[in-house]
Design a protein around this ligand. Structure first.
Ligand code: GLN
Length: 306
């Protein structure tokens, strides 16, 4: 039986919410600028089926780039290793929405978690599915075993109206032949899957397969064990963009962040944990959620580095 994390989560929530607020909510997507900034939640799901939650752990928020994880897992299921001809596996050391490496590297994004890489993954899904964003959503429903999660249409529309930068990235990659669908279709699907709304508890539960060698709690296989291990490696090295090194240093777990303020972390073999708080640092990662995960990994002794 796994440890009881209830008291630890409460302590962490009390400590983190007592810190002076730091950072700002994302405002380049106008619908996200309206979110109340000082909310905080954290949830832990264990591979032996327990769920611990504190604070606003059941409040849905915009998962944004955390959706790149689900999109990648779905694309890997369908495409297998052929995917790696179109996207790399190296940290970029640049912000998530940067264009600078793309010209030198001939339209091949550094990894699937920077926007360029996630747009390529979304392009793969556009070829495989008539409604790629629904395919990502239904994949999440299968992971959760229920259909309670949806796409926030306001957020999707709001990002789509302000997607000049992602449009530039997509057109640029298309000029190198690394995007097959129409740019508009890829952006529609991308903005929609980024606008999936989920709570900390739902994200922790949905991501459990990454802590369990690619299997869902009920035993169904999502990815083979090697791909689950590789996804964790990518999260560790690329999941927090140009803060990935700092996150490995401070938290020591594979993580994926999103500009909605969520951070999901995996403890392979044991649990998944998701913290959420909307104020972001300059890299677009939640300040309080990172702080909470740092405290959790240290107090629970679960860093992968011992
Ligand atoms: N949808 C957002 C974007 O493309 C996702 C960014 C993020 O969460 N880091 O800018």
């Amino acid at each position: 039986m796994s440890a009881d994390f209830a008291a630890l989560l409460q302590t962490i929530a009390a400590e983190v919410t007592a810190l002076p607020p730091e950072g700002d909510v994302a405002d380049y997507i106008p619908a996200l600028a309206r979110v109340a900034p000082d909310q905080f939640g954290i949830a832990v799901a264990t591979v032996d089926g327990r769920l611990f939650r504190t604070g606003a752990a059941d409040t849905p928020f915009s998962i944004q780039s955390i959706s790149k994880l689900f999109a990648l897992a779905l694309a890997l299921q369908r495409e297998g290793d052929a995917l790696w001809r179109r996207v790399g596996r190296e940290p970029s050391g640049t912000p998530f929405n940067s264009l600078v490496l793309l010209e030198r590297e001939r339209g091949i994004p550094r990894n699937p978690f920077v926007n360029a890489g996630a747009l390529v993954i979304t392009d793969v899904l556009c070829r495989r599915f008539l409604q790629p964003e629904r395919a990502v959503l239904e994949f999440v429903h299968r992971l959760l075993g229920r259909t309670s999660v949806g796409i926030d249409a306001d957020v999707a529309r709001s990002e789509r109206r302000h997607s000049d930068r992602n449009a530039a990235i997509a057109h640029f990659m298309r000029s190198f032949g690394n995007l097959q669908a129409e740019v508009g279709a890829v952006l529609d699907a991308y903005c929609a899957h980024c606008a999936i709304a989920m709570s900390c508890a739902e994200l922790a539960e949905a991501a459990l397969f990454l802590a369990a060698d690619g299997r869902q709690p009920g035993g169904a296989r999502v990815l083979d064990a090697a791909d689950a291990r590789r996804l964790n490696a990518l999260m560790l090295t690329c999941g927090a963009y140009d803060a990935a090194g700092d996150f490995a240093f401070r938290i020591g777990l594979p993580t994926k962040t999103g500009v909605g303020g969520g951070i999901l972390a995996i403890v392979p073999g044991r649990l998944s944990v998701c913290a959420w708080s909307p104020r972001l640092d300059a890299n677009g990662n939640s300040v309080a959620a990172a702080e909470a995960l740092e405290r959790f990994a240290a107090a629970a002794g679960v860093s992968i580095f011992g």
